[in-house]
Ligand binder design. Structure first.
Ligand code: ADP
Ligand code: ZN
Ligand code: ZN
Length: 760
């Protein structure tokens, strides 16, 4: 390590620059990771909070060194401002992670840093008040015999309970004077600990341990030994729904806690954190810290600080928790690793699951990926031997997997305006008669996906997107699910003026709710869709009603398919099992399979066996057959066989280049130009497109897409960097000759690069 230059410091600022900026320093430069105020822009410009960054020599040689303003004479540099008070420096492991994510996703490092420091910058931490804790769990040798007065023992006990306390707090808790407490501090029996709002009481490893089955014990012992080794590894924990994956990885969490290390658990959905948190609390005797975007500023900063100071033991959260400044990360868990929601689709486009593996590697910690239906990407890594694999083949406690039955809709057509076939109605009626619970699943929000004028054929489309407006009957509105544009439900057709000919086409979950209410007027109905569940608390209450059996008929969207445990649920009806199979998306089949498995997995998790009914227009489809015959392995083999020859992921790699503009021709022209300077004729590399993106018009912008597909042996990012450099060159030429006929360089044309796109 070279000592930082005394005259200048590199500071990464949360702006889209290619690298850190140089500032002049009086005397010793602050340590890398320190958050500091720095001036930005000309003259007495604005000030931002940046992070003192390492010099290229200090960074790992595997990272591309970003340009630094070394050419600027030291005298002309702006001065470094003051550090943010009370904020510990970002740990080196997090700084390397920021560099890595920026490099991999081809994003400006400052924009990645912004995700890591937003909390303390927006809401500065409370100033620490010194608190005091016992020096060790056991009483020190000096505090025995005559020295162990009842007063001192009361202070000792008070200091050991809950969060660290100030001297006056200890004195009042022990009903003694402050001098007694100070005396104990002078003897070294009490040591200073920070007094912070977020300190969570330490989870207790042995609080309530379940007795594991043989399968579970085997899986757990492997994961525990990995935590014990304290080196990086990745292990897939695969197990059917209800097999006890959570209980098994809790054992690994326990081991990390014993070792005094920190644990990060990622969940694919904020909604799941509450149920997960109470499960954790039952097992470990105290709640984990929760992190997600809906958290208030103060709470976010408290969690951030607790991670940085090492006080946070276990954090459960959304993918953005990867950017928390853990002081000593000992384990990373990604639950439901196959979920597409791990991909961030705005700003820095990163895949939370893949970056979790990187985070663990840079921290030297093991990573566990858990799923009942692992992604093909993860399976491929297992097959190549890069990831370990443990399997839980059975449901816990002898519960059987649900039986799957297909309903051929062409032979069991519901009456017009109805969506539940006779066999499904009979199954639900019988379930309710037996006093059990049924779930009707349709992954479509709202009342109807299309409103149509039967007189002139007019379809109500979003003015900003290539999408239909979805009717939401409860709010009497039409809403676009891509941009949130919303209008009052129309009274007449804007094209022909007819008022009696508007028709709702197709079902959404609200419409199934309506049909169910007609069919089963005496059932306790509950509609579980994100439109009904405005707050995490209302969702928590709804889930609780289902789990405790207060409702017996649930209508739901993918919100119900998540990892919930519903012990009374025995019958699941999937209203439209084909939904999601159409379209050109590479992963349409895989993803529909995962969703159906996940929904099916809600049924029969306790003593009574479950049955899943799939309504389909195409019961001969390989996926329906695989579901009915419980042959996921066969289905996945077929999926792989379809992807391998063209080097589609996971056999090759993919990047999407999306050109968007307010005017369609602008986007088309620019996309052609981008394509013309692409890496054509390079072995193992293929350029597909440009073609209209799957959402060709989105939020008022026309979108053209190019796909760069490479074989695994090709380094994708360098290829893309060269390509983008050429695009920038052409762009310069064009803007030099301003009057160019080309539309593309005028106005608001954007190019975004998405490495490993998940939906296309
Ligand atoms: P998965 O995550 O694989 O779906 P869970 O860990 O949620 O499975 O377990 C399913 C249910 O079975 C939960 O209610 C869980 O508490 C229970 N369970 C699993 N393993 C055990 C065990 N060894 N002892 C007691 N209960 C268990
Ligand atoms: Zn009309
Ligand atoms: Zn829209």
């Amino acid at each position: 390590m070279t000592a930082p230059s005394a005259s200048r410091a590199a500071v990464l600022v949360p702006r889209p620059f290619p690298g850190p900026l140089d500032y002049s320093v009086q005397g010793q430069a602050p340590a890398p990771g320190t958050l500091v105020h720095v001036p930005l822009g000309r003259g007495k410009g604005r000030e931002v909070v940046g992070c003192v960054w390492d010099t290229p020599q200090e960074r790992s040689s595997t990272l591309a060194a970003t340009a630094m303003g070394g050419a600027v004479a030291a005298a002309r540099l702006k001065p470094l401002g003051s550090p943010l008070p009370g904020v510990p420096p970002l740990p080196a492991t997090l700084r390397r992670f920021v560099d890595w994510v920026a490099d991999y996703t081809m994003s400006p490092p400052g924009m990645v840093l912004a995700m890591a420091v937003r909390a303390p910058v927006q809401t500065p931490p409370r100033q620490p008040v010194p608190g005091w804790r016992p020096v060790a769990p056991e009483k020190p040798p000096g505090l025995t015999g005559a020295a162990a007065t009842p007063t001192r023992l009361r202070v000792w006990a008070a200091a050991g309970q809950g969060t660290a306390k100030t001297v006056p707090e200890l004195a009042s808790a022990a009903q003694c004077g402050v001098a007694v407490v100070r005396g104990m501090i002078n003897k070294g029996w009490l040591v200073q600990a920070e007094h912070s709002g977020a300190v969570n009481p330490t989870p207790q490893p042995d609080y309530e341990r379940p007795t594991l089955s043989d399968d579970q014990r085997k899986a757990a012992s492997l994961l525990v030994s990995q935590v014990d080794k304290a080196v990086f590894s990745t292990t897939l924990l695969e197990g059917v729904t209800g097999s006890g994956k959570t209980e098994v990885y809790f054992e690994a969490v326990e081991q990390a806690l014993r070792m005094g290390r920190q644990v990060l658990v990622l969940l694919p959905e904020i909604a799941l954190t509450a149920q997960w948190g109470s499960r954790f609390e039952k097992r470990f005797g105290c709640a984990p810290l929760i992190w997600h975007s809906a958290l208030g500023g103060r709470a976010r900063t408290d969690v951030w600080m607790a991670c940085a100071t090492g006080q946070a033991r276990v954090v459960v959260g959304a993918r953005s928790a990867l950017f928390l400044p853990f002081a000593d990360l000992g384990l990373v868990v990604v639950d439901e690793e196959h979920e597409a929601t791990y991909k961030q689709e705005e700003g820095v486009l990163y895949h939370g699951r893949d970056m979790a593996v990187v985070r663990a590697r840079l921290a030297g910690a093991p990573c566990i990926l858990a799923s009942a239906t692992p992604s093909l990407e993860t399976r491929a890594n297992v097959e190549k031997g890069r990831y370990g694999h443990v399997l839980l083949p059975r449901r816990h406690g002898g519960a059987l997997m649900p039986a799957v039955k297909l309903i051929n809709l062409t032979k069991n057509l519901p009456a017009p305006g109805q969506w539940l076939s006779q066999p499904l109605r009979d199954a639900v009626s019988q379930t309710l008669d037996r006093g059990e619970q049924a779930l009707l699943f349709l992954n479509r929000r709202g009342y109807a996906p299309l409103t149509l004028c039967r007189h002139c054929g007019y379809q109500f489309e979003c003015p900003h997107c290539s999408a239909w407006m979805v009717e939401h009957k409860s709010h009497q509105r039409l809403t676009c699910h891509h941009c949130e544009h919303s209008e009052p439900a129309p009274a007449f057709c804007p094209q022909c003026g007819e008022s009696d000919m508007l028709a709702a086409i197709g079902p959404g979950v609200e419409r199934i709710h309506e049909e169910a209410r007609r069919l089963w007027p005496h059932a306790e109905l509950l509609c579980l869709a994100s439109d009904e569940m405005k707050s995490p608390e209302s969702l928590r209450q709804a889930i609780e009603r289902v789990a405790s059996g207060q409702t017996n008929l649930i209508i739901g969207t993918q919100l119900v398919a998540k990892g919930w445990h519903f012990p009374h649920l025995t019958t699941v009806g999937v209203v439209d099992a084909d939904l999601g199979l159409n379209g050109a998306d590479l992963r349409a089949g895989e993803r529909t399979m995962q969703l159906l498995q996940q929904v099916a997995g809600r049924a029969g998790r306790a003593e009574r066996p479950g049955t899943v009914w799939l309504q389909s227009w195409d019961v001969r489809h390989p996926l329906m057959q695989a579901m009915a015959h419980d042959d996921m392995a066969g289905f996945l083999e077929a999926e792989k066989a379809a992807r391998a020859p063209g080097f589609w992921p996971p056999f090759g790699r993919l990047a999407a280049l999306v050109v968007s503009a307010p005017i369609a021709e602008q986007a088309e022209e620019m996309a052609q130009l981008v394509a013309s300077v692409g890496p054509h004729g390079v072995p193992g590399v293929q350029i597909l497109g440009p073609a209209p993106a799957p959402m060709a018009f989105l939020r008022g912008r026309h979108r053209q897409r190019l796909l760069l597909k490479t074989q695994r042996s090709v380094a994708l990012q360098p290829l893309l960097r060269q390509w983008l450099a050429k695009v920038a060159e052409v762009e310069k030429e064009h803007s030099a000759g301003r009057q160019a006929k080309s539309l593309s360089w005028q106005g608001d044309v954007r190019l975004t690069v998405d490495i490993d796109p998940v939906s296309f």
